[in-house]
Design a protein around this ligand. Sequence first.
Ligand code: XBP
Ligand code: MG
Length: 237
Amino acid sequence: MISAIIFDVDGTLAETEDQHRLAFNAAFEQAGLDWHWDEALYRELLQVTGGKERLMHFIATRAPLPQAEADALVGRLHAAKTALYTEAVRAGAIPLRPGITEFVEAAAAAGLTLAIATTTSLPNITTLLESAFGARWRALFAVIAAGDMVAHKKPSPDVYQLALDKLDLPAAACVAIEDSSNGVASARAAGLRVIAVRSLYTSGDDLSAATLVLADCQNLDLALLAELDRAGLPRTA
Ligand code: XBP
Ligand code: MG
Protein backbone atom coordinates (compact mmCIF):
# COMPACT_ATOMS: atom_id res chain seq x y z
CA MET A 1 0.00 0.00 0.00
CA ILE A 2 1.27 3.46 -0.90
CA SER A 3 1.49 5.59 2.25
CA ALA A 4 3.79 8.39 1.10
CA ILE A 5 4.24 10.59 -1.96
CA ILE A 6 7.68 12.00 -2.77
CA PHE A 7 7.57 15.08 -4.99
CA ASP A 8 10.25 16.51 -7.22
CA VAL A 9 10.17 20.34 -7.18
CA ASP A 10 11.47 21.93 -10.40
CA GLY A 11 9.09 21.23 -13.27
CA THR A 12 6.82 19.11 -11.06
CA LEU A 13 5.43 21.26 -8.24
CA ALA A 14 5.96 24.38 -10.34
CA GLU A 15 7.35 25.48 -13.71
CA THR A 16 10.41 27.01 -12.08
CA GLU A 17 13.08 26.49 -14.71
CA ASP A 18 12.60 29.72 -16.65
CA GLN A 19 12.89 31.68 -13.39
CA HIS A 20 16.13 29.75 -12.64
CA ARG A 21 17.35 30.71 -16.13
CA LEU A 22 16.50 34.40 -15.64
CA ALA A 23 18.24 34.36 -12.24
CA PHE A 24 21.38 32.80 -13.76
CA ASN A 25 21.40 35.51 -16.48
CA ALA A 26 20.89 38.30 -13.91
CA ALA A 27 23.77 36.89 -11.82
CA PHE A 28 26.00 36.88 -14.93
CA GLU A 29 25.11 40.51 -15.59
CA GLN A 30 25.75 41.53 -11.95
CA ALA A 31 29.17 39.89 -12.19
CA GLY A 32 29.97 41.82 -15.39
CA LEU A 33 29.99 38.67 -17.56
CA ASP A 34 28.59 38.74 -21.09
CA TRP A 35 27.21 35.19 -20.81
CA HIS A 36 23.56 34.69 -21.73
CA TRP A 37 21.61 31.44 -21.51
CA ASP A 38 18.69 31.48 -23.94
CA GLU A 39 15.88 28.90 -23.75
CA ALA A 40 17.43 26.53 -26.29
CA LEU A 41 20.82 26.52 -24.55
CA TYR A 42 19.20 26.17 -21.11
CA ARG A 43 17.18 23.15 -22.28
CA GLU A 44 20.50 21.57 -23.28
CA LEU A 45 22.26 22.59 -20.04
CA LEU A 46 19.40 21.15 -17.95
CA GLN A 47 20.74 17.70 -18.74
CA VAL A 48 23.32 18.56 -16.06
CA THR A 49 21.34 18.59 -12.81
CA GLY A 50 22.17 21.11 -10.10
CA GLY A 51 22.89 24.78 -10.64
CA LYS A 52 26.52 24.68 -9.49
CA GLU A 53 27.21 21.59 -11.61
CA ARG A 54 25.46 23.26 -14.58
CA LEU A 55 27.66 26.36 -14.22
CA MET A 56 30.80 24.24 -13.95
CA HIS A 57 29.80 22.27 -17.06
CA PHE A 58 29.18 25.54 -18.98
CA ILE A 59 32.60 26.90 -17.99
CA ALA A 60 34.36 23.64 -18.85
CA THR A 61 32.73 23.34 -22.27
CA ARG A 62 32.27 26.97 -23.40
CA ALA A 63 34.29 29.42 -21.26
CA PRO A 64 37.36 27.56 -19.95
CA LEU A 65 39.11 28.90 -16.81
CA PRO A 66 41.80 27.54 -14.48
CA GLN A 67 40.06 25.18 -11.98
CA ALA A 68 40.64 27.38 -8.88
CA GLU A 69 39.15 30.41 -10.66
CA ALA A 70 36.23 28.37 -11.93
CA ASP A 71 35.51 27.03 -8.42
CA ALA A 72 35.49 30.52 -6.90
CA LEU A 73 33.38 31.98 -9.71
CA VAL A 74 30.81 29.18 -9.54
CA GLY A 75 30.44 29.69 -5.78
CA ARG A 76 29.89 33.45 -6.19
CA LEU A 77 27.54 33.17 -9.18
CA HIS A 78 25.44 30.44 -7.59
CA ALA A 79 25.01 32.37 -4.33
CA ALA A 80 23.93 35.45 -6.31
CA LYS A 81 21.59 33.34 -8.46
CA THR A 82 19.95 31.76 -5.39
CA ALA A 83 19.37 35.21 -3.84
CA LEU A 84 17.82 36.52 -7.09
CA TYR A 85 15.69 33.39 -7.58
CA THR A 86 14.32 33.31 -4.02
CA GLU A 87 13.57 37.05 -4.19
CA ALA A 88 11.47 36.46 -7.32
CA VAL A 89 9.66 33.50 -5.75
CA ARG A 90 8.97 35.51 -2.59
CA ALA A 91 7.48 38.23 -4.81
CA GLY A 92 5.03 35.65 -6.21
CA ALA A 93 6.67 34.96 -9.60
CA ILE A 94 6.11 31.20 -9.45
CA PRO A 95 2.65 29.73 -8.90
CA LEU A 96 2.30 25.99 -8.35
CA ARG A 97 1.25 24.02 -11.43
CA PRO A 98 -2.52 23.72 -11.88
CA GLY A 99 -3.74 20.67 -9.96
CA ILE A 100 -0.86 20.49 -7.47
CA THR A 101 -2.53 22.34 -4.58
CA GLU A 102 -5.65 20.18 -4.86
CA PHE A 103 -3.60 16.96 -5.07
CA VAL A 104 -1.40 17.91 -2.09
CA GLU A 105 -4.42 18.88 0.03
CA ALA A 106 -6.33 15.71 -0.92
CA ALA A 107 -3.32 13.51 -0.14
CA ALA A 108 -2.76 15.19 3.22
CA ALA A 109 -6.47 14.91 4.07
CA ALA A 110 -6.32 11.19 3.19
CA GLY A 111 -3.49 10.73 5.70
CA LEU A 112 -0.68 10.20 3.18
CA THR A 113 2.78 11.40 4.17
CA LEU A 114 4.28 14.01 1.83
CA ALA A 115 7.97 14.44 1.08
CA ILE A 116 10.31 16.29 -1.28
CA ALA A 117 13.28 14.85 -3.20
CA THR A 118 14.94 17.43 -5.39
CA THR A 119 18.19 18.58 -6.90
CA THR A 120 17.54 22.21 -6.13
CA SER A 121 18.96 24.15 -3.16
CA LEU A 122 17.10 24.15 0.17
CA PRO A 123 16.27 27.92 0.23
CA ASN A 124 14.60 27.58 -3.20
CA ILE A 125 12.28 24.87 -1.84
CA THR A 126 11.36 26.48 1.45
CA THR A 127 10.66 29.82 -0.29
CA LEU A 128 8.44 28.17 -2.92
CA LEU A 129 6.51 26.10 -0.36
CA GLU A 130 6.11 29.10 1.95
CA SER A 131 4.81 31.26 -0.91
CA ALA A 132 2.35 28.53 -1.94
CA PHE A 133 1.12 27.18 1.41
CA GLY A 134 2.22 29.82 3.96
CA ALA A 135 3.58 28.59 7.29
CA ARG A 136 1.43 25.44 6.88
CA TRP A 137 4.00 23.94 4.51
CA ARG A 138 5.98 22.62 7.47
CA ALA A 139 2.98 20.58 8.62
CA LEU A 140 2.19 19.40 5.08
CA PHE A 141 5.67 18.14 4.11
CA ALA A 142 7.19 15.73 6.63
CA VAL A 143 10.54 15.27 4.88
CA ILE A 144 12.77 17.32 2.61
CA ALA A 145 15.72 15.79 0.79
CA ALA A 146 17.54 18.45 -1.24
CA GLY A 147 20.44 18.78 -3.65
CA ASP A 148 23.39 19.52 -1.42
CA MET A 149 22.37 16.97 1.26
CA VAL A 150 23.71 14.13 -0.90
CA ALA A 151 26.99 13.36 -2.64
CA HIS A 152 25.50 12.68 -6.07
CA LYS A 153 22.56 14.51 -7.64
CA LYS A 154 19.91 13.00 -9.95
CA PRO A 155 20.02 10.72 -11.95
CA SER A 156 21.84 9.06 -9.04
CA PRO A 157 19.34 7.54 -6.56
CA ASP A 158 20.95 9.30 -3.55
CA VAL A 159 18.34 12.00 -2.96
CA TYR A 160 15.42 9.52 -3.17
CA GLN A 161 17.32 7.13 -0.91
CA LEU A 162 17.77 9.97 1.59
CA ALA A 163 14.03 10.76 1.44
CA LEU A 164 13.20 7.08 2.08
CA ASP A 165 15.66 6.95 5.00
CA LYS A 166 14.14 10.08 6.53
CA LEU A 167 10.63 8.71 6.00
CA ASP A 168 11.75 5.38 7.40
CA LEU A 169 9.68 3.65 4.71
CA PRO A 170 10.53 1.07 2.04
CA ALA A 171 10.35 2.12 -1.61
CA ALA A 172 7.31 -0.14 -2.05
CA ALA A 173 5.30 2.11 0.28
CA CYS A 174 5.98 5.26 -1.73
CA VAL A 175 5.48 6.80 -5.14
CA ALA A 176 7.59 9.53 -6.74
CA ILE A 177 6.18 12.35 -8.88
CA GLU A 178 8.69 13.56 -11.47
CA ASP A 179 8.95 15.52 -14.72
CA SER A 180 12.36 14.70 -16.23
CA SER A 181 14.25 11.66 -17.47
CA ASN A 182 17.01 12.33 -14.90
CA GLY A 183 14.40 12.49 -12.14
CA VAL A 184 12.63 9.33 -13.29
CA ALA A 185 15.98 7.51 -13.49
CA SER A 186 16.87 8.66 -9.97
CA ALA A 187 13.57 7.50 -8.45
CA ARG A 188 13.59 4.20 -10.37
CA ALA A 189 17.17 3.51 -9.23
CA ALA A 190 15.96 3.93 -5.64
CA GLY A 191 13.32 1.26 -6.36
CA LEU A 192 10.33 3.60 -6.53
CA ARG A 193 7.34 3.58 -8.79
CA VAL A 194 7.11 6.89 -10.63
CA ILE A 195 4.29 8.99 -11.98
CA ALA A 196 5.88 11.31 -14.55
CA VAL A 197 4.15 14.55 -15.51
CA ARG A 198 5.28 16.36 -18.63
CA SER A 199 6.68 19.87 -18.09
CA LEU A 200 7.79 22.79 -20.28
CA TYR A 201 11.56 22.28 -20.25
CA THR A 202 11.48 18.47 -20.22
CA SER A 203 8.87 18.05 -22.99
CA GLY A 204 11.47 16.26 -25.14
CA ASP A 205 12.64 13.90 -22.38
CA ASP A 206 12.20 10.14 -22.64
CA LEU A 207 9.94 9.34 -19.70
CA SER A 208 9.32 5.73 -20.70
CA ALA A 209 11.03 4.37 -17.57
CA ALA A 210 8.19 5.86 -15.47
CA THR A 211 5.38 3.62 -14.22
CA LEU A 212 2.83 6.05 -15.59
CA VAL A 213 3.13 9.24 -17.69
CA LEU A 214 0.58 12.05 -17.44
CA ALA A 215 0.16 15.07 -19.70
CA ASP A 216 -0.30 17.49 -16.81
CA CYS A 217 -0.70 17.79 -13.04
CA GLN A 218 -4.46 18.20 -13.29
CA ASN A 219 -4.52 14.48 -14.07
CA LEU A 220 -2.98 13.68 -10.68
CA ASP A 221 -5.56 11.91 -8.57
CA LEU A 222 -5.50 9.76 -5.44
CA ALA A 223 -7.31 7.03 -7.40
CA LEU A 224 -4.12 6.64 -9.45
CA LEU A 225 -2.25 5.51 -6.35
CA ALA A 226 -4.72 2.68 -5.85
CA GLU A 227 -4.29 1.78 -9.52
CA LEU A 228 -0.51 1.75 -9.09
CA ASP A 229 -0.93 -0.77 -6.31
CA ARG A 230 -2.57 -3.12 -8.82
CA ALA A 231 -0.39 -5.06 -11.22
CA GLY A 232 -0.29 -4.52 -14.96
CA LEU A 233 -1.05 -0.85 -15.11
CA PRO A 234 -0.72 0.25 -18.75
CA ARG A 235 1.66 3.04 -19.61
CA THR A 236 0.28 6.08 -21.38
CA ALA A 237 2.27 8.86 -23.06
C1 XBP B 1 16.21 20.63 -11.16
C2 XBP B 1 17.57 21.19 -11.25
C3 XBP B 1 17.95 22.33 -10.41
C4 XBP B 1 17.53 23.71 -10.78
C5 XBP B 1 18.43 24.74 -10.10
O1 XBP B 1 16.26 19.20 -11.32
O2 XBP B 1 18.42 20.68 -11.94
O3 XBP B 1 19.33 22.33 -10.46
O4 XBP B 1 17.62 23.86 -12.19
O5 XBP B 1 18.61 24.56 -8.75
P1 XBP B 1 15.15 18.25 -10.67
P2 XBP B 1 20.00 24.99 -7.99
O6 XBP B 1 13.82 18.89 -10.92
O7 XBP B 1 15.31 16.95 -11.42
O8 XBP B 1 15.44 18.09 -9.19
O9 XBP B 1 20.61 26.11 -8.78
O10 XBP B 1 19.59 25.42 -6.62
O11 XBP B 1 20.91 23.77 -7.97
MG1 MG C 1 12.20 18.24 -12.12
